[in-house]
Structures are given as C-alpha cells and as structure tokens.
Design a protein around this ligand. Structure first.
Ligand code: NDP
Length: 342
C-alpha cells in the first residue's frame, strides 16, 4: 500500500476540509466549525480525528442522516444546566454555541453542565475541554458512540469506545488535558491499523467468535474491542453511557446503532460537559500555586510527562512546518469536493 504523503500547511488543511464539506450540503457555519476541529486534530498530530474523518462526515451529509445546515438551539434548564439541541448536525457548531452559556453557568454557580443533544460526534474530546481550561475552568466531557466495546466478562460489544476528557487550568501555561477512550485502543486507531496493514498489540480485541486476535479487520468486522484495564475501564465505559445518554435523554450506544443508517459517519447521540470554576471552592487564592507545585513535583520524577504535552509539542512543530497528509487521502478529498452531492 502506498505510504506517499504530501506536506500541507494548516491553512491548506482547513480550506480543503471546509470546501469538501461545503460542496456536500454543509452550510458555511457548520463547514467552518467542523473544519476547525479537523484542523486542530491535524495540528496536534491526532491524525485519526483529522482529515481521515472527512469521508465519514461527507457520507453522513450525502445520506441525509446529518443536517449540514443545523441551527443549534440553546436553552437554560436550571441555574447551572444548559441544554444545546444540535438540530441533527455535527457536534462542533453546537459546542461553539453552547460554550459561552456553559462558562456563564460555571462562573455564576461554581459548577455548570452542558447537555448536548441531537448531535453527531466524530471528533476528539480534548479540543472541547481545552477550550474551557484555557478560560480558567476545570472541565470534563463524555460521549458515547455505537457498540464496539465488550463489557468485562463478555466478548460481545455493548458500549461505545466511550471517551472521557478532563482539563485543568494552569494560569498562563497550557492546560493539563487528558482524553482517553474506554477502549484498550480507540476505534479510529484500529481503523488506521487496518488501512495500513498493521497488526494490533495483544489484548486489544477479540474476533467474532470471542477469540483474542491481533487482526484489526477481525476486530472491526464482527469482533469487539476490549476495555482498558479490564473491569475498571468497563466501569468507566458504563459511566459514560449513563452520563452521555441516560442522564440527558439520548440514545445509549446500542440504541444509537439501531437508529443509525451505517453510512460510515457518526450516529446521533449526546454529550455531557461539566465545567467548574475554582474561584467558588475552598481555596480561591491559593489553588493555582498549590496545583502548580504539584505539577512541578510530578514533572521532576524521571519518566513522567503530563498528558497533552505530546500534543503541545506537535502543535508547535506542525504550526511551523505543516503536516504530512497521505496523498491518497488528499486526492480523495479533492475528488469529494469536485464531485459534490446533488
Ligand atoms: P491515547 O491512549 O492515545 O491517549 C490517552 C491520553 O493519555 C491522552 O491524553 C495522552 O496525552 C495521554 N498519554 C499518553 N501517553 C502518556 C504518557 N506516557 N504519560 C502521560 N500521559 C500520556 O488516546 P485514546 O486512543 O484512548 O483516544 C484517542 C482519541 O479518540 C481521543 O481524543 C478520544 O476523544 C477520541 N475518541 C472519540 C470518540 C467519539 O465518539 N467522538 C470515540 C472514541 C475515542 P497525549 O495526547 O499528549 O499523548
């Protein structure tokens, strides 16, 4: 398989993504918001959520599953709870429009929650918590997907790969952010391994008969991914289902699959975000210096690095040098742009 790549600036990435979406039933606002999310992923070296996702976004626009002209509706349900109805659109525009009201809730009440409903989420979560942590808030995000992950003790998929992300503000330093799927390996990474003809590490998945396998195709075609850390990752995946579906009246992963047309794009579902303003808790003057001293101690230990440091290093390099994109992927996106949906 060809591994040829082409170097693109981040502006070229953003314009290619935006034009491809706009040529396929996405209005300006939605195309811009999704393109910004995809570009941020490429910028930070998260290729599995970068341009690689555009064919899936386009498939969902072309099939009519996703509303490319979605107009999110924001509603305050309680002093600290906001609901953002995504109008069957992709998540990024709804996230953009829900962020301000969520920040207002957290600043006025100490804690705010944003329930995103009727969205199609196909992105990494770190983008979302980082945006809040950059504004001085502690942030959590949770979303479910379609069944891919077998609960501990089973070999049948029930949970989505169910990521959760956490962001911690660090004053004038970039926030500490972790963002992890509940799976031993994110599905996007398994898809990339299948595309590139690589095997998986042991312990990532089982085939359709429940046997352990390192073949990514066997995991993707009727098999299941295993949770990270056995029953502990399984419990986190369950928590994500409960928060991102049960709590906010959206589909559990298994329900999302029943309602999905399997066009290759993301199913309809929900997301929960929580924001906390440290100024309202017990140490409004001292929390930042106290936690910075903690990070200093952490960083002084041999072998450690903070979550997100890899992305931040990629960000500096890729902003300057551009990113390497597979030539066949770039060509496919150009073709999708030039043969638009009718
Ligand atoms: P990884 O296992 O690659 O990384 C998980 C976290 O651990 C990251 O924050 C990473 O930081 C951090 N980390 C990795 N190595 C170290 C280390 N040595 N020391 C300290 N921290 C470390 O991510 P996943 O494969 O679990 O998830 C991939 C992505 O897929 C996520 O962004 C997730 O949101 C997304 N996803 C989206 C779904 C959706 O439905 N929208 C579904 C499932 C996943 P760093 O980035 O700096 O390496």
């Amino acid at each position: 398989m060809s591994e040829q790549t082409v170097t693109m600036t981040l502006d070229e990435v953003r314009i290619l993504a935006r034009d491809c979406l706009a040529a396929n039933r996405c209005d300006d606002d939605n195309a811009r918001a999704v393109a910004a999310t995809v570009t941020a992923a490429e910028r930070d070296g998260a290729a599995s959520h970068g341009l690689f996702r555009i064919p899936g976004y386009v498939a969902s626009l072309r099939s009519g599953k996703v509303n490319g002209a979605a107009k999110p509706v924001i509603e305050r349900l309680a002093p600290s709870v906001v609901r953002a109805d995504g109008d069957r659109g992709f998540a990024p525009l709804t996230l953009d429009e829900g962020r301000g009201p969520l920040i207002d809730c957290a600043r006025s009440q100490g804690v705010g929650a944003l329930a995103l409903i009727n969205i199609h989420h196909f992105a990494a979560l770190w983008i979302e918590v980082e945006a809040l942590a950059q504004r001085g808030l502690v942030a959590f995000a949770f979303t479910a997907y379609k069944p891919a992950l077998a609960p501990a003790g089973s070999t049948q998929p029930l949970f989505g790969t169910n990521p959760m992300a956490f962001g911690w503000p660090r004053g004038d330093k970039p926030p500490m952010v972790f963002d992890q799927a509940s799976a031993a390996m994110a599905r996007g990474e398994i898809m990339i391994a299948a595309r590139d003809g690589h095997t998986l590490p042991a312990g990532v998945g089982v085939d359709n008969e429940g046997n352990p396998t390192t073949d990514p195709n066997a995991v993707l075609e009727g098999g299941a991914i295993l949770p990270f850390g056995g029953y502990k990752g399984s419990a986190i995946a369950m928590m994500v289902e409960l928060l991102a579906a049960g709590l906010i009246g959206q589909d559990f992963s298994f329900e999302a699959a029943l309602n999905d047309n399997n066009d290759g794009g993301p199913p309809r579902g929900g997301e929960l975000m929580i924001a906390i303003d440290p100024a309202h808790f017990g140490d409004p003057e001292g929390w930042l210096a106290h936690t910075e001293a903690f990070f200093e101690r952490y960083n002084s230990m041999e072998g450690t690095r903070l979550p997100a440091d890899r992305r931040y290093a990629n960000r500096v390099r890729n902003t300057k040098d551009g990113v390497n994109v597979r030539t066949d992927l770039r060509d496919k996106l150009v073709e999708l742009t030039n043969s638009p949906a009718i």
